[in-house]
Structures are given as structure tokens and as C-alpha cells.
Design a binder for this molecule. Structure first.
Ligand code: SF4
Length: 532
């Protein structure tokens, strides 16, 4: 095999044992990554009947064939599991950083984890060596501290960890690496917590086998350079230039002008005065450094410094979706508050998108008289009450006081409160939407509504429509109207979404990021054509 290692590691926490499997037969039909994860989950578990916290639930991590190579942005790892948060049955999430490549360097495409440990455990993988280690000393600690301890204990390793939120089965608990990256959505952290699994620590000593290393390196370098070349393609190079400089937060004003950035719990959209401070955090007193995932020249990530003894001193993010959820949707314009909230999410292991939506939904309930201060242990959920939000975050992560019910996520809490409360929850399949107001673009709305796991603009986001490109849309779908953001043409929009649903399977399955997708797909397609 080239690219893929051809090896799967299957771990049973209940019996502290593991087996291995040859993954090569799968690659005749499935690329790896997301595609392989889905096949394995549906093969191994009864997805319709197994509940998320049942030891029979599996959490599957796969690094696709390009992951760990020199290809641009080839550092993505895909996780799949029966999801605690959305009602879609299975859920999945995708992470950058360097953890995916480390898994490949250790000689594995995939790790499948099932069962439940008797006490807090972490799994140490160093090439073929697999060890079950006690995590008693880490249980209850934040991701930042746990990471420093583990990286000192196992030098040269990468770790995937949960924080107190995952340990306490908060339905929107994330899984994090030490850098700016999360498996944020669907509640994978709670699945790990239910298994008493604090994390995976991985150290690899091999490389990824390439059929023609010299040619591959040439092509990779060309793509790496094209990616940032403003003359390559006006659409992608411009957007890459924006996110290199400002992170995905740089998209806020562009989307806001198109009416696609929500405000005040999705009840409004458009330009907002509060955006000025929120989107210009780089280069000022909070900015620490630019950051990137493995092998990516775009560098869309950033680390920020938060001056406060109570919260971590520096942290990754926030990206566009977190900024919208914690800032605009809550009418909180202060960058300092949003950075602190985001840093707390990173350390406690919470999904900032669902957390922000929880707050903005409660603010609407409070305004409408559906809840009062008693519901939130004395905190008045007024619009822009950032101090109140800060007070509630740790309670939610540890399920203390009102945090116990809020840890269920806004959809389940809204259902308990009744019909009027549920009307204020903006969700698909029980999970709140990320930061794009898709009701103003019919194709994007269709893509979000049909997203298999729910609330996922990246499972088939029709960028052609967003950037209003009728000529590209005609080539893709056969209809000029598909690329017109104002058009309601049903067949045109359906065909466009179908194309993007299929297209976006590729990066998740190959182990690359979606931002530089065009630059990755075109040379590969040309080369495959030549080979055929
Ligand atoms: S574009 Fe951003 S998220 Fe994607 S691989 Fe590069 S640095 Fe990571």
C-alpha cells in the first residue's frame, strides 16, 4: 500500500486488550478517513439501538491516505461515533493539528475504541507498542494541564484529550489536541468520558510510503505555492489570503454583508457595530502568534493571550463559528470576554459553538419571560451579559447546580421547557447550527437541512452559490440558477447540493483540509486521468 498503512488497531477498554486488522480490502471501495469510519461503525454496532454512552458504542479515528504526507494541509483526522448531541444517530467531527500524521507515523490508519475501562485510563501508542495507563492523576484536570503533563511524560508525542466536560458527559464535550485544534462537534468528548478514557497519546517513528516520492514532492510543493498565489484562482487565493491574515474570523464582514452572519440568537443578521472589536483581534494586545496545522501554508489559526488569573493564559482560536456563537449571537461585543470564554472552552473541553448557542437561546428565553434568574442560579441572562456567561461555563462543564441541566444542550432543555422555548432553538437534528445564516441562500439552507449528521455546513456547502458563480454552477449542475444566491430553482439547487455532498466526502476521506480543497483536487484529478 502507498499512502495508507493498511493497518487498523482495535482496542477494547473493558478487557484491556487489542487486535489488529488489515484495512487494505476496504480501499478498493473506500478512500479511508470518513468513508472508512462510517463503514466500520455500521459494521460493528447497531447504530439505531446502541445509545451513545453504552460501552458497545465505538469511537473511531481514521487518518486518510494523504494524511502525514507533504501534501498541503494533509494533517486531518476524522472521528466517528454514535453521537450524544444530535439525533442523527451517528455523528462525526474532523480535526487538524498534528495528531493525524502522528497516528500514521506510528503505523496505523485507524484506531477503533470500544468497551469501558474500570477506572480513568489513557492509551499510549508508540508504533506497535500499545499500553493502557492510569489517568487517575489527570482526571478532573483541564486539557491544557493534562497535555503539559503527558507531553513531558512522553516526549515527542501528540495527544488527543478530553477535559472535565467530557468526563462529566456534557453532551457537547469536545476532544482536543495541545494546539489550536478540536474535534468540537457532536459530543465525542462525552463518549470518551463515558468510557473512562482521558485520551490517546501517540508517538510514531516511521513515515508514509509514497509510490514516487520525488514526483509527489514536486507536485506537493507546486500546490503549496499555488495555494498562496493570488494569481492562481481569484476565489480560493483571495479567501486563503483573508484567513491567513485574520483567521476564519476574517470572513465575518464578508458574510455579514451577504446577510449570512446571524445576530441576536439568529433573529437578525447583517453588519453589526460589535464586529469591529471582535474581528480585529489580531495584531493587538491579545494576539500572541499565528498557528497552522501540519503541512499547511495557509496558517489560518492563531493563539491569543487572555490576561486573567482565572482562565488559561493563552489559547487557540476563536474561529468564525465560535466568534459568532459567543459574540454576535449573544450581543457580546467585547473581544476580551469572547477570548476568555473560548479559552475556557478549550481547557474544559467544551464545544464553543453549542455553548454560545446555549447562552444566546437562554437570553431569548429570558427576554420572553420563559425563564428567570432562578433557572440559571441567580444569573440574569440579559443580552450581552458576558460576565454571566463566564460564571456559568465551569458549572456546565462540571454539571454543578444549573449546569447539570444546561449540559444537555439547548434542544433538550428547550423540549423540557415547552413549545415556545423550543421555537427559540435554532438547530438541525437537535444540534445547534454553526455561524452561517443559511436561510438567505436556498442551496446552503438545503445543504444544512440535509446534512447527514445535522448542523453541518461542511458536509456539502455549495460555495459556488455563496460566491455567486453562475458559470461554474452551470458546469457542475447544468443550471445557471444554481449559482445565483437569490434563485429558488428546485432542481438546480438540489443538483448543486448533491455535487457538493459528494465532493466534500473527498477531503474528509483523504485526510486533508477543505480550505485548500480546489488546489488538492485539480492536480490529483489530472494525474489520475493520466494514469488511467
Ligand atoms: S487551512 Fe487552517 S484549518 Fe485548514 S489545515 Fe490549514 S491551518 Fe489547519
Amino acid at each position: 500500500m502507498y499512502g495508507s498503512t493498511g493497518k487498523l488497531l482495535s482496542i477494547d477498554l473493558s478487557t484491556k486488550s487489542y487486535t489488529t486488522e488489515d484495512t487494505r480490502p476496504y480501499f478498493k471501495e473506500y478512500l479511508g478517513g470518513r468513508a472508512l469510519n462510517h463503514i466500520l461503525l455500521f459494521r460493528d454496532t447497531d447504530v439505531a439501538r446502541v445509545s451513545p454512552f453504552d460501552p458497545k458504542n465505538e469511537i473511531i479515528f481514521s487518518a486518510g491516505p494523504l494524511c502525514g504526507t507533504t501534501w498541503p494541509s494533509a494533517g486531518r483526522l476524522h472521528a466517528t461515533f454514535i453521537a450524544p448531541l444530535p439525533y442523527s444517530g451517528w455523528g462525526d467531527s474532523n480535526i487538524g493539528g498534528a495528531i493525524g500524521p502522528e497516528l500514521k507515523f506510528a503505523g496505523w490508519d485507524t484506531v477503533v475504541i470500544k468497551g469501558k475501562a474500570k477506572k480513568p485510563t489513557y492509551i499510549y501508542i508508540e508504533d506497535e507498542r500499545i499500553e493502557f495507563k492510569s489517568a487517575n492523576d489527570l482526571w478532573g484536570k483541564g486539557v491544557d494541564e493534562s497535555n503539559s503533563i503527558l507531553r513531558k511524560r512522553h516526549s515527542g508525542s501528540q495527544a488527543l484529550l478530553i477535559g472535565p466536560a467530557g468526563e462529566n458527559r456534557v453532551r457537547f464535550a469536545s476532544i482536543r489536541t495541545h494546539r489550536s485544534n478540536s474535534l468540537g462537534r457532536c459530543g465525542g468528548g462525552a463518549v470518551m468520558g463515558s468510557k473512562y478514557l482521558k485520551g490517546l497519546v501517540i508517538k510514531g517513528s516511521t513515515g508514509v510510503k509514497i509510490y514516487d516520492p520525488e514526483k509527489f514532492l514536486d507536485l506537493s510543493m507546486k500546490c503549496q505555492m499555488d495555494l498562496m498565489d493570488p494569481n492562481f484562482g481569484p476565489l480560493h487565493s483571495q479567501s486563503n489570503a483573508i484567513i491567513s491574515q485574520h483567521g476564519t474570523a476574517g470572513f465575518t464582514s464578508i458574510f455579514a454583508r451577504k446577510g449570512m452572519t446571524p445576530l441576536k440568537n439568529w433573529s437578525q443578521c447583517g453588519i453589526w457595530a460589535g464586529d469591529v472589536e471582535l474581528t480585529e483581534m489580531r495584531g493587538d494586545k491579545w494576539w500572541k502568534r499565528q498557528d497552522a496545522c501540519y503541512s499547511c501554508p495557509v496558517h489560518c489559526l492563531g493563539a491569543y493571550k487572555v490576561e486573567d488569573n482565572k482562565s488559561p493564559s493563552s489559547s487557540g482560536g476563536p474561529g468564525y463559528d465560535s466568534l459568532v456563537a459567543l459574540g454576535r449571537n449573544c450581543l457580546e461585543p467585547r473581544a476580551k470576554i469572547v477570548l476568555k470564554l473560548n479559552a475556557m472552552c478549550n481547557d474544559l473541553g467544551l464545544d464553543p459553538v453549542e455553548l454560545g448557542n446555549s447562552f444566546s437561546t437562554m437570553m431569548e428565553w429570558y427576554e420572553k419571560g420563559i425563564i428567570d434568574e432562578k433557572f440559571t442560579d441567580g444569573v440574569p441572562m440579559k443580552w450581552g451579559n458576558g460576565e454571566g456567561m463566564l460564571e456559568l461555563v465551569a458549572k456546565i462543564a462540571t454539571r454543578k447546580g444549573c449546569g447539570n441541566k444546561l449540559a444537555e444542550g439547548p434542544y433538550r432543555v428547550g423540549k423540557e421547557l415547552g413549545k415556545e422555548a423550543l421555537k427559540c432553538v435554532y438547530h438541525q437534528k437537535g444540534m445547534c447550527a454553526p455561524g452561517l445564516e443559511t436561510r438567505s441562500a436556498i442551496g446552503s439552507m438545503l445543504a444544512s437541512a440535509l446534512s447527514p449528521r445535522g448542523s453541518h455546513h461542511l458536509s456539502g456547502f455549495p460555495t459556488t452559490e455563496l460566491f455567486n458563480s453562475p458559470s461554474v454552477a452551470t458546469r457542475i449542475s447544468g443550471f445557471r440558477e444554481a449559482g445565483d444566491i437569490r434563485s429558488y430553482h428546485p432542481e438546480a439547487k438540489a443538483r448543486l447540493v448533491q455535487f457538493y455532498e459528494n465532493l466534500f466526502e473527498l477531503p474528509d476521506s483523504m485526510g486533508i483540509c477543505k480550505y485548500p480543497l480546489k488546489h488538492s483536487i485539480m492536480p490529483l484529478v489530472k494525474n489520475l486521468q493520466k494514469m488511467n
